[in-house]
Design a protein around this ligand. Sequence first.
Ligand code: ATP
Ligand code: MG
Length: 569
Amino acid sequence: MKWTQTLIPTLREAPADAEIVSHKLLLRAGLIRKLAGGVYTFLPLGLRALRKVEQIIREEMDRAGAIEVLMPALQPPEIWEASGRAETASNVLFKVKDSSGRQWFLSPTAEEVITTLAANEINSYRQLPKNFYQISLKFRDEIRPRFGLMRAKEFIMKDAYSFDATDEGAMASYQKMYDAYTRIFARCGLKAFPVEADTGVIGGNYSHEFMVPAETGENEVVFCEACGYAANLEKATSGIPKTAAREVGPALEKFATPGVVTIEALSKEPYKVPANRQIKTLVFIADSKPIIILIRGDDQLNETKLLAKTGAVAARPATPEEILPLLGAKPGSLGAVVNVPGDVKVFADERLQGANDMTTGANEDGFHFKHVSIERDLKVTAWFDLRTVTAGEPCVKCAKPLNIRRAIEVGHVFKLGTKYSEALNATFLDVDGLRKPSVMGCYGIGVTRTLQAIIEQGNDKDGVIWPLSVAPYQVCITPLTVAPDSQAMQLAEKFYAELTARGVDVILDDRDERPGVKFKDSELVGFPIRIGLGEKSLAKGEVEIKPRNGAMQFVKIEAAVEAVLGLAA
Ligand code: ATP
Ligand code: MG
C-alpha cells in the first residue's frame, strides 16, 4: 500500500473528549473516527488491525473445533420473553420498530438465537457436542459509553455457544474455550489473565473473565501473587476471620446517641465503639421489595454479591423517604433488633455470624443498642458472603496477603447449564432414549475492545507500539526523497515488491513530506519496523532499519530484505 493512496489522518493533538491513552492514540494515529458518542468508523489502518485480531480469533476458534455461523442483528422479542431476559436485560437492549409497528431487539448477544437454532436443528446425542461461533456487531444501550471502543454502544464481539449432552462434556467444551482464549490473547501480544467472575444477568454457575492489567481498566481484580488465586472484586472472597466472640455480655441496652448518624461518629468520644464492633444496617429495594442487609461497620457491601446471593435481578439503595415508614427511623439510626416488619428479609454478612456485644441502630432517631448478640437479639433470614474484599486481606486459598489491581475485561467464558436450553426447548434424544436439554456454555470476546487494549498496553510517548501479529502493516518503508528516479524511491519500490512477495505487510510512505514528519507519523501509527532510505546512508551503501521498540541498525542495501524478514518473523 502507498501512503498517498490510503487515508491516514494523523493528528498532533487528540480531541478533548479522549481521556485515556489508547483512545487518544486510536484517534491520533488515524485508526478510527467518532460519528457519535460510543459509535465509531474504522479507518483503513484501524480496520486492518481489527481484521488481524479477528483472524487470530477465527483460527483459534476453528482449531478448538468451533464452527462459524452468522446470526441476525435483528432479534424478535419473543425469544427474549421466553428466556426471561426481555425484562432482566431490558436496560441494555436497543429496541426498534418496523413500519408495521412490530418490535425488534438489536442483538447485544445471541444466546436466545443460537438456542432457538439448536432447538430446531439438534435432535440427537449423535449431533453433540457442537460449538457455534460468530464475529459480529453487537448493540448495547450503555448509559455511559466512554473510552472510545472500550465501552461503545455498537461494537464487535466474537460470541460462541457450546451444546453438550452431559455436564462433563460441557466442562470439556468450557476448558477448550478457556485454552483457546489463552492462545488468542497471547497471539495478539496481550498479557491477559483469567480470573473467577460473577455470572450476572446471563445466568449460569461457573465463569472466568480474561483481564488485561491497566490503570484505566473499569474492573478491579483481586489476586494472590503466592498461589495464583485471582477473581474479579465483584466475586472475590478472602480468608478474613469472623468477628471475635466476646464473653457473653450484659443484656441488650438502648442508649442515646443524639446527632450520631455515621459509623465514624459512633467510634469517637464519648461512645468510642470501634467500627468493627458495629453492625451497619442497609435497606435496599430488591426487585421492588425492601430488604435489610447487615454488614460489619468496617466492611463495605458488595452489590454484585448481593444480587448473586439473593437471586435478585436488580437492587438499589432505598431512599430515606422509603426507609422512614418501613423502620420508623432515618438512615444513621437503623438496626434490625426491633420494628422489622415480618415480611422484610434480613440478609447478613457471614463475618457477623456468631458476633456478640455489638452496637447497632435502634430504629429510633438518636438511639442505638449496645451488647447486641446477633443470634440472640435479631432474626437473620440468611447468611451470605456479602462484603467487598480489600487489599492485604489473607488469601482464601493460601492466607498470603491479597493484592488488588485494575484491569480491562477482554473476554468472558461461562458455563450456562440448561437455563436457556430448558427455556427455549433445545432438547435432544439421549442414548438412553430420554429427551434432555443440552448443557450449554457461552464464550465472548470483545474484539474491538481487545484491539484497544492492545494499544493501552503497547505505547510510549511517541505513539502506538504494535505487536507484529496485529500491526496494520508490519513494515513501513520511508524514502526521504520521493522523486521517481531517485535511488531512495527506486530502492523503496524494490524492497516493497520483494517484501510483499515474501508475505510481509508493507506500506510505502511516498508522501513528499519532510523526514521529521514522516518519522513522527510512522512512530505514531507504530509500525513495528521502519526502513529509512536517506541520502547519507545510501551513499555508504546502507539503509536504516528501526524496530519501533528497539535501536536503529545500519544494514547493507543487499542485506536489508533478509534483515527485515528476520525481524518480522
Ligand atoms: P462489561 O462488564 O464491561 O459491561 P459485560 O460483562 O457486560 O462487559 P459480556 O456480556 O461478558 O460483557 O460480553 C463479552 C465481551 O464483550 C466482554 O468481555 C467485553 O470484552 C465486550 N464488551 C461488552 N460490552 C462492551 C461494550 N459496551 N463495548 C465494547 N466491548 C464490550
Ligand atoms: Mg462480562
